[in-house]
Every structure is written in C-alpha cells, then in structure tokens.
Design a protein around this ligand. Structure first.
Ligand code: C2E
Ligand code: MG
Ligand code: MG
Length: 682
C-alpha cells in the first residue's frame, strides 16, 4: 500500500503543529459557556428585579390601604363619640368645638376614602367599599338629623336618636371597614406570596439555564473537538502526503530519512539515498497529455514501492522526481542490486490511455555515512549524482563522487555566463555541408550554433542548448541566429552560388512562439535571401505535441515559400505511420541508423523503408552522421541522395565554407564512374 499514515511522523515534527484540537475545543466550549452564562445572568437579574419590584409594590399598596382604612375607622369611631358628646353637652362653646371636630372627622374620612378608591382594589375590596359607602349614606342623614335636634335644643330626642340609630349605623360602617381591612390584608398576603413565588421561580430558572449553558458548552466543546481533530488530521495528511501518489512528500520524507540515519548510526549500518528522475517525462506530458503523465507517475510510484521493503521509504519530491531510502544495509553492492531492480521495474512497458508506453529513469545514489552525515547533504549529493547519470545517457544509475560538486558549480557559472553571451555576440554559427552524391557538389549547409566562450573556448550546443531552452533565451537567440544564417547565405548567393540552401534548426519553444513567422519574414526581407533557399529543421516531437496545430503552423511557414524538414527522424515517439501527416519537404535520417549501416541488417531494412516511404510521399532525404566511406557507400547503394557528416566535413566557420563551395567531392567518393541509377533523378 502506498499510503503512509501520519502515525509515522516523529515527535519532532508534531512539535511544529498548530494549536491542537482539544485546545481549540476547550476555548470554544469556554467561550460558549461564558456567553450563555452572561446572557442567563442578565435575564435572571432582570426577572429578579421585576419580582422584587412587584413585592415592593404589594407592600407599599398594602401599607397605604391599611393606613387609609385605619384613618377611616378612627374618624368613623371619633364621629360616633363626638355625636354622642354633642347630644349630652349644653355648653355652646364646647358644642361649637364638637361640631367642628364632627365636620373634620367627616372630611378626613371622605379624603381617606377618596384616596383608597384610587388604589388597586380587588373585586371583593371594591364590594366592601361600596357596602361601606351605602351604609355611610344611610348613617349620614341620621347624624345630620341628630345635629338638627341638638341645634333645636331637643337634646333628649337627639340622644335617643344617637343611641338607637346613629351609633348602631356607624358601627355597621366601622364593621364594613374592618372587613375591608381584613380583606386588604388577605390580598396583600396573596400578592406577596405570588411575588415571592416569582422570585423563587426566577432563581430556579437561573439555575436551570446555568446548567443548560454548562451542558451546551460541553456539547459545543465536544463538537468542535471532533471537527477540529478531523480538520487537523486532514491538514496533517495533506502537509505530509503527495496528493497524486499518496507517497510521503518532501517534508515527511526528510523527517523519516533523519530517523533512518539515527537508526543507522546506532547499528553502524549504511543508508542508501536514491534520487530518481524519469527520462524525457516532459515528452510524455506534451505528447500524450497531463492525465497520461499523471498516470505514468502513479504507475512508477507503485513499481518503486514494490521493489523495496515495507520499512524503506519512497517519496515524491514533485514533478517526475522520486527519492528512495533503503536502510539496514551492510554493503554498497546491496544498494546497487536494489537500484538495478528499480531501473528494470521502471523500464517495463506501461499500458496508458490504451497504448503501450516505455519509460526509463536516471538514478543518483548517495550513501550514508560516506557521502554525507545529514539528510540535506545526502539528498543534495544524490541529486547531483542523478544529474550526472542523466548526462551520461539516461536509463542508468550513478554513485555520488565529491568531484561532481565542482562540476555542478561549473554548470552554475556557465548558466551565469550564458546570460551575457548573446549580448556579447559570443553565440556564433558554424556550417556543415550537405553533399549531393550524384553531383559531388555542396547542396546545402546546416547552421549549427557554437558558443565562443572567452575562457573555455568553443562550446558545443550539448553544453548550453538545454540551458537556453530552460530559460526561454532560445527564442531571442534563435531569431538572431536565423538572421545571421540568412544574411550569410545571401552573401554566398551574391558570390554566385545561387543553388546553395541553408538549413536552420528550430527547437520546440521557438516553433510555438508567436514571433516565429514574423521572425522568418524579417530575416528573409533583411537579407534578401530567396525563401526557397531557407529550410527549417523541426523534430518529430513538435508534431507529436499537437499534431493539428503543428501541421497548421508548418503550412503557414511553407506559405512563405521556405522548405521544412524533420530532423533526427526515428528517435522520437512518432512512427512511420505518422509521416504521411507531416506536411514536410525533407526527412533527415538520424545518425543512429547510419552508424552501423554496413554491419546491421536491421538498420539497413529501416533505412530502406524510410527511403521507400519518403519516395512515395515525395520527400527528399538527407542521411546524417556519415563518418566513413563505407557508410557512404552503403547509403549510396540504398539510394540515399544527400549526405551530411564528418566524412564530408565537420561543421566549420563561414569562411571555410566559401572554399568548399566550388569543391568537387566525387573523386573522394570514388563514385564518378558508377553512379547509382536512382541518384540521376535528383
Ligand atoms: P542536429 O540538428 O541533428 O545536428 C547534427 C549534429 O550532429 C551536430 O551536432 C553535428 O555537429 C553532429 N554531427 C554532424 N555530423 C556528424 C558525424 O558524422 N558524426 C557525429 N558523431 N556527429 C555529427 P551539434 O552541432 O553538437 O548540434 C547538436 C544539436 O543541437 C543539433 O542536432 C540540433 O538539434 C541542435 N542545434 C544546433 N544548433 C542549433 C541552433 O542554432 N538552434 C537550435 N534550436 N538547435 C540547434
Ligand atoms: Mg539539425
Ligand atoms: Mg540531426
């Protein structure tokens, strides 16, 4: 299984985690509780205040009722006594005083009653007060009658009336008032007990809601804890795992490598670090699309995982880069056995997007403790070794050597120098002749870039072309070289060699750049070179990247009057079947097929099919890399009309081409007397 769970993370790595789930949960729970408690307390306090207000109001009303009722009772009683005394006294002054008091008592009674009526009264209190009113309205005329009798000096009759009617009547009024007082007390009791109940209720609610707040807080904390743990786990997984393959990513890998080193130090064993990079992966991506590229990466990941033990590590560092770590090793040869297995596993055919695909990888190896005692150095050195493996021809491995670092530094320096090379006119063109076997004359020259480095001398494109492509400088460089080549060839034309053609290489980046066609037009216009004398060399990879778009663009180029060739044919992913779709004029047979042509019947057969198909498709052919007369002889026999290679001439500066323009190669070929019948047609 590819997945490596977070359980493999060391404590050191856990240290750099963000606040853990339980801390977040605790905080969330605490905040929720705090908010709820503040809310509950505010509501509770308000309820308590309302209940207390109610209680105060009840007490206040009751006290006022009681005072007023007492006032009424006192005045009613006093009035009874006053009226009795009035009936008994004969002294006019005392009588006058008593009459005043009688009247004062009446007023005080009436005022108290009036005030009582304004207070909140229960129905029964209302009823009792109405009854008292009715009784008073009966008692009052009797009392007035008594006063009239007194004023008329009928004291005996007055006294009699007082005793028989006024006092009993007034007693009834007082009795009604006593009932009213009792009733008021009862009402007050009920109201106060209700207010007290409200109070108790408010307190109970407060307790209940506080409990609920506590519960909700715990609930929120649990929920947040579960959620945060899940988010944490997911984040941890994403931060340590490569999403495409499920392999550990660089961070987890470095951590696990460090653990391996600690173990190796303890057990005195070796650790092998293998830096793996797929060869020409970009080509798969460009040709078959990113989905296929991703599938290939996943397949490679599975195969690498399958070649090592469960306790060893495979990680993806990004793109097409993997790294494998094997521990508990006692001899380097054991590491190399594993590497051989990995090379074979990656090189086995793949079934992707319903087609069979081949891939390979380059592996750089560093070994603990020889090539470094820490993870950073070991990885860096394995990377450096991988770079050398790649340069050494791909599909191979390379053990790290300390001298490699010096080379890496040199490359870095070269990259910096290259940055200034174009501005300083250090990028120059050499030209390599293509000779017609039939005439023995120079048919065309191919322009090949060289870097005239101020310290290192003349450098071949193998050293710097990739750098130019990586940085995108190739577009500007290519445009300038095209102008130089056209200008140079126009000069040869002006010197009378009007048949001469110039072939210029165009890389994929240059081809797809929107400035290509305007660049060709400018180069032709500025130099005055006839378009038919210019040939652009493309690689088959360009067509495979996007066949339709490439065909359209080539047709646009051809509309300018120039010719187009396919360079290094047979080395890419295309097949002979694709050839009929390429709207080209010339097909250059790669030197790989030419190399063994005199010994290898397979190469002979291949060249024969290429030539035959080219003939049917009306394409011209040029054989590259002809180094010997024997090769040339074979190609001649097979019917290849034009050759290019060291046997004719190496790429040389323009001045040397001038002297070759009139050169006749036929004697050198010793072919003058037996020309192949097919060649005469060209
Ligand atoms: P290419 O276009 O296939 O060029 C032929 C290469 O084979 C040249 O290498 C040439 O020197 C070499 N060669 C020619 N005859 C022989 C032979 O008989 N034997 C052997 N072993 N090699 C032979 P060079 O000049 O190093 O160029 C390498 C590649 O760099 C070229 O391959 C071409 O793809 C690219 N290149 C060169 N100049 C330019 C340029 O100006 N622009 C672009 N985009 N690419 C260029
Ligand atoms: Mg070429
Ligand atoms: Mg070539």
């Amino acid at each position: 299984m590819l997945h490596t769970g977070p359980g493999n993370i060391s404590p050191a790595m856990r240290h750099i985690e963000r606040p853990s789930a339980w801390k977040i949960a605790l905080l969330a729970g605490f905040v929720t509780q705090l908010l709820l408690l503040v809310f509950v307390t505010a509501i509770g306090l308000q309820q308590l205040e309302v209940a207390t207000d109610k209680l105060n109001q009840v007490v206040d009303v009751h006290m006022r009722k009681q005072t007023l009722t007492t006032t009424m009772v006192v005045n009613a009683r006093e009035r009874t006594i006053v009226i009795l005394m009035l009936a008994k006294t004969l002294d006019p002054v005392e009588r006058a005083n008593l009459l005043n008091q009688f009247s004062d008592n009446g007023s005080a009674f009436a005022i108290a009653r009036q005030a009582l009526l304004k207070l909140p009264l229960s129905a029964r209190e209302q009823g009792l007060l109405t009854r008292q009113g009715r009784l008073t309205s009966i008692a009052q005329p009797i009392q007035l009658q008594v006063i009239d009798l007194i004023n008329a000096d009928f004291t005996e009759a007055a006294e009699d009336l007082v005793l028989t009617q006024a006092i009993p009547m007034q007693n009834q009024v007082v009795s009604a008032l006593s009932q009213l007082d009792a009733e008021a007390q009862k009402v007050a009791r009920v109201a106060s007990s209700r207010a007290r109940e409200d109070h108790v209720m408010a307190r109970q609610w407060m307790f209940l809601l506080s409990g609920a707040a506590l519960f909700i807080g715990v609930f929120v904390a649990t929920f947040v804890f579960l959620y945060a743990s899940r988010v944490d786990r997911e984040r941890e997984r994403l931060s340590t795992e490569d999403p495409l393959t499920g392999l550990p990513n660089r961070m987890l890998f470095m951590d696990r490598l460090e653990q391996s080193l600690i173990r190796a130090e303890r057990h005195q064993t070796l650790v092998g670090v293998m830096f793996i990079d797929l060869d020409r992966f970009k080509r798969v991506n460009d040709t078959l699309g990113h989905a296929s590229g991703d599938t290939l990466i996943c397949d490679v990941a599975k195969r690498l995982r399958a070649t090592i033990r469960a306790e060893d590590i495979v990680a993806r560092l990004g793109g097409d880069e993997f790294v494998v770590v094997v521990g508990d090793i006692t001899a380097i040869k054991h590491i190399l056995q594993i590497v051989e297995k990995m090379l074979a596993a990656v090189a086995a055919p793949y079934q992707i997007a319903e087609r069979e695909l081949f891939s390979s990888c380059s592996i750089g190896i560093s070994v603990y403790p020889h090539d470094g005692d820490n993870s950073g150095d070991l990885l860096k050195n394995a990377d450096t070794a991988m770079y050398h493996a790649k340069n050494g021809g791909r599909n191979r491995f390379q053990l790290y050597d300390p001298a490699m670092n010096a080379m890496a530094e040199e490359r870095l320096q070269l990259e910096t120098d290259l940055h200034y090379a174009l501005g300083r006119n250090e990028l120059i063109l050499h030209y390599q002749p293509q000779v017609n076997l039939n005439t023995g004359r120079l048919h065309a020259v191919e322009a090949l870039v060289r870097w005239s480095h101020p310290e290192k001398g003349l450098l071949s494109p193998a050293v710097f072309l990739e750098m130019l492509e990586e940085t995108g400088q190739i577009v500007d460089v290519g445009r300038k070289l095209l102008e130089t080549a056209c200008h140079q060839t126009a000069g040869w034309h002006a010197a009378g060699h009007t048949h001469l053609e110039i072939a210029v290489n165009v890389s994929s980046k240059e081809f797809w750049h929107e400035g290509l066609i305007p660049g060709v037009q400018t180069a032709l216009a500025q130099s005055g070179l006839p378009p038919h004398a210019l040939q652009l060399e493309l690689t088959e990879g360009i067509f495979m990247e996007n066949m339709d778009a490439a065909v359209k663009r080539v047709q646009e180029l051809k509309a300018l009057g120039i010719t187009v060739s396919v360079d290094d044919f047979g080395t890419g992913y295309s097949s002979l079947a694709h050839l009929k779709r390429f709207p080209i004029d010339v097909l250059k047979i790669d030197r790989y097929f030419v190399k063994d042509v005199q010994h290898d019947p397979v190469n002979v057969a291949l060249i024969r099919s290429i030539l035959s198909l080219s003939h049917d498709l009306k394409l011209e052919n040029v054989a590259e890399g002809v180094e010997t007369l024997a090769q040339l002889e074979c190609l001649r026999k097979l019917g290849c009309p034009i050759v290019q290679g060291y046997f004719i001439s190496r790429p040389v500066p323009a001045e040397q081409i001038s002297s070759l323009l009139d050169h006749d190669w036929l004697p050198a070929f010793s072919l003058a007397h037996h020309v192949h019948p097919k060649l005469t047609a060209i």
